[in-house]
Design a protein around this ligand. Structure first.
Ligand code: ADP
Ligand code: ADP
Ligand code: ZN
Length: 213
């Protein structure tokens, strides 16, 4: 099963993709995670992506298209995958169409997770992630038992440099101007569905499972 999870920053794409990946045994391909790993490693891609990520702008299309093209050719994607945070521009959606056609692959579901802007700002500014296992937390909606420590593995929780209010407002604007138009690209395809991301995390998960079967 090949899936695309769309939605503004903070909508819950990562939280849900992680659980759906586990349930269906398919990998979660987050371009944000891959880019952060590249920045941390100091690779050429990382150096090219760093400034855009820090300001909340988008990394250039050629970089993310290259990353995804390589990634879907890996063995663990043969049984399906979840694209989390890609495509984010119409040019990326067009490129993905070509990548899939070349491989005789299709997308089964494009799922847009929606949420109000004020909720998004609160979600992003309260977000933290385990630096060891990747589990996501929120200081109000999913607080760890011990502050700063992952419930699952005891790893240290980290906050992202770009998860501050100024950058978040910029990211929401970038979403409206550059990513929202991607929805029109998929809306008439029959595989497009929208899920209310203002529900509890468990209810969003249930809604997704209902769609995916
Ligand atoms: P995205 O990947 O779309 O940017 P995340 O999955 O990282 O979003 O979620 C952003 C933050 O909001 C995280 O701290 C997460 O714990 C929290 N969160 C996710 N889904 C919900 C929800 N349905 N209700 C409340 N908080 C949520
Ligand atoms: P969020 O889900 O909170 O928006 P991500 O982890 O998906 O954050 O992305 C973090 C940053 O990485 C983005 O603000 C952007 O700079 C860059 N990025 C991630 N995916 C893409 C993409 N498909 N195209 C361009 N830039 C991207
Ligand atoms: Zn952990």
């Amino acid at each position: 099963m090949n899936l695309i999870f769309m939605g503004p920053p903070g909508a819950g794409k990562g939280t849900q993709a992680r659980q759906i990946a586990e349930k269906y045994s398919i990998p979660q391909l987050s371009t944000g995670d891959m880019l952060r790993a590249a920045v941390k490693a100091g690779s050429e891609v990382g150096l090219r992506a760093k400034a855009a990520m820090e300001s909340g702008g988008l990394v250039t299309d050629d970089i993310v298209i290259g990353i995804i093209g390589d990634r879907i050719d890996e063995e663990d994607c043969k049984g399906g995958f979840i694209l989390d945070g890609f495509p984010r521009t119409v040019a990326q959606a067009e490129a993905l169409k070509g990548l899939l056609a070349d491989r005789s692959m299709t997308i089964d579901h494009v799922i847009d997770i929606t949420a109000d802007n004020e909720a998004l700002v609160a979600r992003i500014t309260g977000r933290s992630t385990c630096s060891k296992c990747g589990e996501g937390y929120h200081n109000q909606h999913k607080a760890p038992a011990t502050a700063g420590i992952c419930d699952k593995c005891g790893g240290a929780l980290a906050t992202r440099a770009d998860d501050n209010e100024a950058t978040v407002r910029n990211r929401l604007e970038v979403y409206d101007t550059q990513t929202a138009p991607v929805m029109d690209f998929y809306k008439n395809s029959g595989s497009f569905k929208s899920v209310d991301g203002m529900q509890s995390m468990d209810d969003v998960f249930k809604s997704l499972c209902n769609i995916l079967g």
